[in-house]
Design a protein around this ligand. Structure first.
Ligand code: SF4
Ligand code: SF4
Length: 116
């Protein structure tokens, strides 16, 4: 499943540069699917949702850092464990129960985000 950041976050910024999918953003920051991925133009996610990868999307949280669940692969395909959780000083990067995925689904998602 994806990882999420809880409101315990102290906005230290340590996690953001560690994410191999550029799925972590600062509070109130707009984000794009194209950032840190090979996605561009019109895309259809595995869930069926459609986006323009180059278009800015609304921030998901205005108070603390947030993770875009559709860009988080739990670091599968890159690392053995979630890098954000590994560096977070207050342990507020936790499994997102609302976005449960199997390891196989996460690998497919990683390949979708980083098409060769
Ligand atoms: Fe990024 Fe990995 Fe954290 Fe997901 S688990 S947000 S891919 S660093
Ligand atoms: Fe927040 Fe933890 Fe990321 Fe720091 S490392 S910004 S406390 S989620």
């Amino acid at each position: 499943m994806a990882i999420k950041i809880t409101d315990e976050c102290i906005n230290c910024g340590a996690c953001e540069p560690e994410c191999p999918n550029n799925a972590i953003y600062e509070a109130a920051e707009e984000w794009k699917f194209s950032e840190g991925t090979s996605l561009t133009g019109n895309i259809v996610l595995l869930s069926g949702k459609e986006y323009n990868a180059n278009e800015s999307q609304e921030p998901i949280d205005d108070e603390v850092y947030f993770i875009v669940a559709d860009k988080c692969t739990e670091c599968k395909g890159f690392h053995d464990e979630p890098q954000c959780a590994a560096v977070c000083p207050v342990d507020c990067c936790v499994p997102d129960d609302e976005n449960e995925e199997t390891e196989a689904q996460l690998i497919v998602k990683q390949q979708f985000l980083h098409k060769k």
